[in-house]
Ligand binder design. Structure first.
Ligand SMILES: C[S@@+](CC[C@H](N)C(=O)[O-])C[C@H]1O[C@@H](n2cnc3c(N)ncnc32)[C@H](O)[C@@H]1O
Length: 395
């Protein structure tokens, strides 16, 4: 069975109906490192094109000899996607500041996170990717289980904070989608407005918290899956849109077959927002910006097309060995994307169902999605994926 996340739900009051907020809870075997083995593997490659730019800037962060250099990895999951990057970063910082300089790495995520897998990775029990702790002296690692919409570490303490593929998750679900699981062209204007408002408020809140935590000259590096302009059609699309649309269609077909109720369909809402690059920049450009007043400056921002390792390996096998294994491509894609999406479907299902029943329905959903993708040409389904990056400094 592909790995995924189970859900817990919290009821909050929203208009017009009560919406359920899904909280990510890593599922299955805690400590199995499933995130890093699936979605984390895909994500690890996404930041490669921007490594050297970030490393160069990191070398300019002021650091007083004899003090401790503090690094944060926010929304770390099980560390599988960031460990390689952190090893590279620590290596160049150690070369710059000397072998005696001391480093603290704080791996932050929400309380429900699979910190067990993180520690197993850091200590080498899960060997891949190799932990920086195994080969480096004077580097110490910690975990922080505080919601990143709150202050997580003491004020003015951090030299470098990274946060990859996490700030699109909102602090709460601002609306229920009448006829979809995520915002789409047909969504009501009030759904679109509520979502955008929540997303911008959360982005500002996240920035303000990090601003408090960063030291003067400290660097914040954020990457998030993005909405982007489709050059061919001139229309705005969002990363993984084809997959989200397919999941929506299959979920909706379950209301027709009677597998789930209409109420359960409308209770299924993905509580993230994929911002475009302008929305990432907005807090820095607004008049009387409280973000700018707090000392944060946007050094650069860009949107980068991401490599899909599953598509590449399907294509390589096809071109070099003549093997067109579409089922394997479909299984790998779904196994990776199940990590972030599973909890939203589990949360949409009625609480009166047994856990087993809910799991079975969600398994059926993903089995159907795999079947549908396997019937398609990966060239057409590969799903463009873009990440928006922002490099921010505290002055
Ligand atoms: C898709 S994973 C990204 C993991 C990793 N950084 C990467 O690049 O692959 C998103 C992570 O954000 C975390 N997250 C979401 N909302 C959060 C919040 N409010 N506070 C802290 N972590 C949060 C989730 O628990 C999850 O581990």
């Amino acid at each position: 069975m592909p790995s995924g996340l189970i859900s817990s739900t919290v009821n909050i009051s929203t208009s017009p109906t009560k919406a359920k907020v899904a909280v990510l809870v890593p599922c299955g075997e805690s400590g199995s490192g499933s995130y890093g083995a699936t979605l984390g593997k895909l994500h690890a490659g996404y930041i490669e094109p921007i490594h050297s730019k970030v490393f160069k800037l990191a070398l300019s962060i002021p650091f007083r000899k004899g003090s401790v250099f503090n690094i944060g990895d926010y929304g770390t999951a099980d560390g599988g996607s960031s460990i390689d990057f952190l090893r590279g970063l620590l290596k160049i910082l150690k070369e710059q500041h000397g072998p005696d300089a001391q480093f603290q790495v704080i791996h932050e995520d929400q309380g429900e996170n699979d910190f067990n897998s993180l520690f197993r990775r850091l200590t080498g029990i899960i060997p891949e990717p190799p932990s920086y702790l195994l080969t480096m002296d004077n580097v110490y690692a910690f975990a922080c289980g505080t919601d990143f919409y709150k202050q997580c570490v003491p004020s003015n303490s951090m030299h470098f904070i990274m946060c990859m593929m996490s700030v699109h998750w909102l602090s709460q679900l601002p609306t229920v989608y009448r006829d979809s699981i995520y915002v789409c062209n047909e969504s009501l204007e009030e759904e679109k407005v509520a979502l955008r408002r929540q997303a911008q408020a959360d982005w500002e809140k996240f920035l303000l918290m990090r601003s408090r935590e960063l030291r003067e000259g400290g660097l914040l590096f954020v990457g998030a899956p993005a909405a982007y302009m489709d050059q061919k059609t001139g229309q705005e699309r969002f990363s993984a849109e084809k997959l989200v649309t397919l999941m929506t269609d299959v979920w909706k077909s379950f209301t027709v077959s009677g597998k789930i109720t209409r109420q359960e369909f409308s209770d299924t809402n993905i509580s993230f927002y994929l911002r475009n690059i302008e929305q990432m920049r907005e807090p820095f450009e607004a008049e009387n910006s409280q973000i700018v007043a707090s000392g944060l400056r946007l050094l650069s921002s860009e949107i980068i097309f991401n490599k899909n390792i599953y598509y590449s390996s399907w294509k390589q096998k096809k071109d070099e060995e003549g093997i067109d294994n579409r089922k394997q491509f479909a299984e790998k894609m779904v196994s990776a994307h199940r990590n972030w999406s599973n909890h939203s479907f589990m949360a949409g299902l009625s609480g009166s169902r047994s856990e087993e029943d809910r799991k079975q329905i969600v398994d059926d959903l993903y089995a159907n999605v795999i079947m549908d993708i396997a019937k398609m040409d990966p060239e057409l389904f590969k799903d463009d994926f873009y990440t928006a990056y922002a490099l921010i400094q505290k002055v």
